[in-house]
Design a protein around this ligand. Sequence first.
Ligand SMILES: Nc1ncnc2c1ncn2[C@@H]1O[C@H](COP(=O)(O)OP(=O)(O)OP(=O)(O)O)[C@@H](O)[C@H]1O
Length: 271
Amino acid sequence: MLTSSSPAHAPKPTTALGPVLIAQNLYFQFGNQIVLRDVSLEVFPGEVLAIVGESGSGKSTLLNLLYGNLTPSQGIVQAISTTGLQPLSALSQQTLRQLQRSRWGYVCQNPRDALRMTISASGNIIERRMAMGLRHYGTLRQEARHWLEKVEIDPARLDDLPETFSGGMLQRLQIARTLISQPALLYLDEPTSGLDVSVQAALLDLLRKLVSKEQMAVLLVTHDLAVARLLAQRIAVMRHGEIIEAGLADQVLDDPQHPYTQLLVSSVLPA
Ligand SMILES: Nc1ncnc2c1ncn2[C@@H]1O[C@H](COP(=O)(O)OP(=O)(O)OP(=O)(O)O)[C@@H](O)[C@H]1O
């Protein structure tokens, strides 16, 4: 069921630029289990769209479809590539990988899954720049230092192994490593889960600053409505593989229309 503030009718951000990603009527199934049903959304430059919902609602599966790691059984995902808006299904694996490495960034929940734990912090940060052909040692080192500072890690830790970093620092390192290539579209998959509350708050503050400064489009998956409230301008609520309500963040969180969203909001957000 879609409410009156469903994706098709949800207020769009006022931007002269078109969407960087459009998903239309996506369906996906694992075996016989339909995991996504008729999911549509758009994300625009300079906005954070949060996809929220309880565990098992299909958030990660949706993010994987939008990132091109999974292929929908029905529907279409289109994204801006070098030649304009293109269906992901029309891209070769090589072009998709290129798009993922150059124009997109992906920050996953567990930084250890993304970082190379046996090379230094600077080595981790500059990897994408080297893949883009930059070879000058001095410039690369300067960029690594710059990004370490941007994510508020002491640049004296440049040559340290990630193994010696705390959980919050590892997540900051993953963010630096991802943002160095200045992605137009950033995928954030539960970026602050598993961190202490105080570490989480500092990281959210940092993400908010970086996202607004870099003017990226961001797709944020979270089960935490407080995280969505802090970072997102728009929110899509998922339940059982469907987007049941979507709209401006304040509107969805302060005046939820769908009974499930009302329950979700009342059970986690203090009045
Ligand atoms: N590889 C898989 N094989 C079979 N079923 C899967 C697989 N991955 C996910 N599922 C099922 O798809 C449904 C949606 O899972 P998904 O991980 O997308 O939800 P989620 O909202 O991201 O949950 P969580 O917040 O716990 O990660 C669940 O019923 C899950 O059991």
